[in-house]
Write a protein that binds this ligand. Structure first.
Ligand SMILES: *Cc1c(COP(=O)(O)O)cnc(C)c1O
Length: 387
């Protein structure tokens, strides 16, 4: 196998699922978002663990992701959170994937496919746009759309949902916005009931609200990032401790590579593209075969305040620009570092890493989601650990 791989700590994933389950209201279901290959962690393996742990629903982004899970033997209901095009609808129906719907043209198209395939009672969930500005009908139209779904005669109104845009913010105006979105959703639920349709499974809470506001759990919580071990947005481990409801999440992904060569350089030798870094004295450089095409992005190492990797539990700085396929790490005169030693780039604390995906995200102005999703699926093999 290649020197560079992602170690997936499934035991940490399981531990996170159990922690989250303990935070969700007893009567509410638990949906885990395994879209984008489980945020880069391996959708099928994570889904199998989720199934074992008694999760109620999974969520993916597109039909292909759902089909891969069905082909891998996953039996749980699977929500498809984005819209699929008409050509994918038959596959969606055939694999019992549950779409979000919200407008009459799309609903008619889906119903026609069901009729063609002789499928009855095909479950759908109504998406309501309460302020995210993405998919969903307006709350005031929810009753009409619900009736339209029932009138198709082949679709079953199984549930309804909305999605929050600033639920992970602690700013007062954002908290108020979230509150208004929630009220708006409740109005949509009332409109559906008034139209004589059972609203079924009502779900709204994402990771942030699952941990921070049990009043929004309704009939199901949809969690992604916390299952992979990162706190959402403004929320931190310390925040929950202070509030008296501690949450112990463990990062699931560890990025590992190896020392592929050790080079000796005299003073004033340039390292990597752009000649941005020069040796200040005679030193030694370890060459590590991992780069931005693997997901170790160039901006992980920006002029001096960049990444430290862990070799044998000790920190060593990345020097110069990260290349497409390789990066250079200064080990100096440290004789303890040997060729083919493991290099931990990021990961949970127990891996010896000095950065988690969260800390790299904070350092580079993005979110942990983008760091783990950015690990190349085609080039970085995943190795699953479950001790
Ligand atoms: C991705 C997604 C989620 C999960 O979001 P997290 O912040 O990772 O918990 C929930 N609902 C919808 C509609 C999503 O697209």
């Amino acid at each position: 196998m290649r020197a560079t791989y992602a170690k997936i700590h499934l035991n940490n994933f399981r531990s996170n699922l159990n922690v989250i389950r303990s935070k969700i209201n007893k009567e509410s279901k638990f949906c885990v978002a395994v879209k984008a290959d489980a945020y880069g962690h391996g959708a099928l393996e994570c889904s199998k663990v989720a199934e074992e742990c008694g999760v109620d629903f999974l969520a993916v982004a597109c039909a292909d992701e759902g089909i891969q899970l069905r082909e891998g033997g996953i039996k749980l209901p699977i929500l498809v959170l984005s819209l699929v095009c008409p050509e994918e609808m038959e596959l969606l129906i055939e694999h019992r994937l549950t779409p979000l719907v919200f407008d009459e043209e799309y609903i008619s198209c889906l119903a026609a496919k069901c009729r063609k395939m002789n499928v009855r009672d095909f479950p759908v969930h109504l998406a309501v746009d309460t302020g995210m500005g993405r998919i969903g009908c307006r709350a005031e139209d929810a009753g009409t759309v619900a009736k339209f779904i029932e009138k198709t005669g082949v679709l079953f109104f199984e549930g309804m949902c909305t999605h929050f845009s600033v639920a992970d913010s602690l700013k007062k105006e954002d908290e108020e916005y979230t509150q208004r979105q929630f009220e708006n959703f409740n109005a949509a639920v009332a409109a559906v009931k008034n139209a004589g349709v059972n609203p079924g499974i009502r779900h709204a809470a994402n990771s942030a609200l699952t941990l921070s506001d049990s009043g929004t759990h309704l009939d199901m919580c949809r969690c992604g990032i916390i299952a992979y071990g990162y706190y959402p947005g403004d929320f931190t481990k310390e925040y929950f401790e202070k509030k008296g409801s501690p949450v112990e999440l463990k990062p699931v992904m560890e990025m590992v590579s190896k020392v592929a060569a050790i080079r000796e350089f005299d003073k004033d030798r340039c390292v990597s593209y752009g000649n941005l870094w020069k040796t200040a004295e005679k030193t030694r450089i370890a060459v590590v075969p991992a780069g931005y095409a693997d997901g170790i992005l160039r901006n992980f190492n920006r002029d001096g305040k960049g990444l430290y990797v862990s070799i044998g539990g000790k920190p060593y700085p990345v020097r110069g620009r990260i290349c497409m396929d390789q990066m250079m790490v200064e080990i100096g005169s440290d004789e303890s570092v040997k060729r083919w030693d493991d290099v931990v780039i990021f990961g949970p604390e127990e891996s010896g890493a000095f950065f988690s995906a969260q800390e790299i995200a904070d350092m580079t102005g993005t979110i942990s989601y983008e760091i783990t999703c950015g690990v190349s699926k085609s080039r970085v093999p995943k190795v699953f650990f479950d001790e």
